[in-house]
Design a protein around this ligand. Structure first.
Ligand code: SF4
Length: 497
């Protein structure tokens, strides 16, 4: 600004409770809105998902903003206006930024499009690894601040719960800010390093292998130790006298296991530490860790007690293997019934390799979870509960950036979505702190009318597409198309459109 020129006015952004005053050429605190020549503009373009199966993956360019739509109905049917870049409304009772109509196969559809501001949100992270990340319920931290906790161990995976309203709003300002940053990065498929109290450090990135204590995880286990015995007992029968599959949760012993019994496997006199559950299945053979089968052991013999002298014989052979096949060892009992390690015989190579071969690649999965059953509904209808009922009745289909969501049963509209099925950079934030996520509600026009929708604000898709800066992205082929009739109960019930 030079002296003598009129001082440009700051403008107020009213798209969230922060209510930034934004100077000419600058952006607000969230970098989503800017002052462009005195006009408040959404910085990111509106994202349009295009279905392109019939075009062998080609994306046909849209008309430039400002140019007239040529009435191409095919483009209308194959284009879906997502909420990414659509903007938010605040306070909530204002109609959503875009309420888009189009006709497809003689059905008039409406999609209500808004970038929701979610304080009640988080991510559920599934980390495919046997390595011990940390005790259940312990805190997960980012740069020392608590941003979540360890939740259940699942089959070959461990679950982390990150974010949630209590970390966003219930702790210190720094905790809320780092929680928000962590959620934003995880949801936008960026790598985030987390540390777990009394546990490991883990780098999480949606769709990528986890890195635990600096080691990239290659494979998730084939199953628990008992399941591994069940799967491969027949392949070991006649090749070795005993097999122990070491696992932090359920260690399997083939001679005692039902799979071995059915095959007529003789007793070997083996004795295992830990708590016996059912025959051939042992819990708590060691402490959790980053060793064999998610235990803390590096020497498999450490889980064996002395062999039963009445049953064991010198020369008895034992294969010990982990649930991924990453670790294995072969032993033969000497005259004093002490296991002596030998090279793995050629005849057992294939079975160990088969365990590895049956392991799937380890990956991190990030599911965004949020409550859309609150004030956000007021941008869709003047009578919010009708939207909830319409969703429950499967008359309204919810998508996030065009990706399918899982709607939890019960009250409210609690959704979960796999962030890797959404377009790049779908998420934003506001410094309240809260996460900004795209959400679209698609239904028949007549159902929108019936739930008290803002029908005066409905715009044909051609008007929305031609009047806005836009980014075209391809629909992921495994994502259902949001206006597919199979998404709606009226179709499944054979109801009229
Ligand atoms: S944080 Fe972003 S959305 Fe909120 S008022 Fe500021 S610029 Fe607008």
């Amino acid at each position: 600004m030079t002296s003598g020129q009129p001082k440009s006015e700051k403008i107020r952004c009213d798209a969230c409770p922060v209510l930034c005053y934004i100077a000419e050429g600058r952006t607000g605190a969230c970098d989503r809105y800017a002052n462009d020549g005195g006009m408040l503009v959404r910085v990111d373009p509106l994202t349009i998902v295009e279905r392109n199966e019939s075009r062998q993956g080609r994306v046909v360019p849209f008309l430039d903003a400002g140019r007239e739509w040529d009435g191409d109905l095919v483009a209308s049917e194959e284009s879906f206006v997502t909420a990414i870049g659509a903007g938010t409304t605040y306070p909530d009772y204002k109609p959503a930024p875009f309420i888009v109509s189009r006709e497809i196969d003689n059905v008039d559809f409406v999609t209500v499009v808004t970038e929701g501001i979610f304080s009640y949100c988080g991510v559920k992270v599934k980390v495919d690894t046997d390595r011990h990340l940390g005790p259940e319920r312990n805190l997960v931290r980012r740069d020392g601040e608590p941003v979540g906790h360890v939740t259940t161990g699942e089959y070959g995976s461990q679950m982390l719960s990150i974010g949630g309203v209590n970390h966003l709003t219930g702790g210190s300002k720094k905790e809320g800010r780092l929680t928000c940053q962590t959620l934003l990065e995880l949801c936008n498929c960026e790598a985030v390093e987390l540390s777990i109290d009394e546990g490991s450090s883990v780098t999480v990135e949606a769709g990528k292998p986890p890195v635990v204590n600096g080691v990239k995880e290659e494979r998730m286990r084939v199953g628990c130790g008992s399941a591994t015995i069940g799967m491969f007992a027949r392949q070991w029968h006649g090749l070795v006298d005993e097999v122990v599959v070491v696992d932090d949760h359920i260690t399997g012993v083939v001679s005692e296991h039902q799979a071995g019994k059915v095959l007529g496997w003789p007793d070997t006199g083996i004795k295992i530490k830990g708590r016996k559950s059912t025959p051939g299945r042992y819990f708590q053979v060691a402490e959790p860790g980053s060793g064999w089968g998610g235990t803390n052991i590096s020497d498999p013999l450490s889980i064996l007690k002395d062999f039963d002298k009445a049953k064991a014989k010198p020369g008895l052979s034992i294969l010990m293997v982990s649930t991924t096949g990453d670790q294995f060892a072969y032993f033969v009992l000497d005259d004093a019934l002490i296991p002596i390690e030998k090279d793995l015989p050629e005849r057992l190579n294939a079975s160990v390799q088969r365990i590895s071969e049956n392991c799937e690649p380890a990956m991190c999965s990030v599911l965004f979870m949020a409550g859309a059953g609150g004030s956000l509904r007021a941008g869709v209808t003047e009578n919010p509960v009708k939207l909830t009922r319409s969703v429950k009745d499967i008359l309204t289909y919810i998508s996030c950036g065009g990706a399918p969501v899982y709607v939890w049963p019960g009250g409210g509209i609690t959704i979960m979505v796999d962030v890797t099925r959404m377009p790049e950079k779908s998420f934003g934030y506001v410094p309240t702190p809260a996460i900004v996520a795209p959400i679209e509600f698609t239904m028949r026009f007549k159902d929108y009318e019936a739930l008290g929708g803002f029908v005066d604000h409905v715009l044909p898709i051609r008007d929305v597409v031609s009047a806005n800066e836009k980014r075209q992205v391809r629909q992921q082929l495994d994502n259902p198309w949001p206006t597919a009739k199979t998404n709606f109960n009226w179709k499944n019930r054979g109801g009229s459109s």
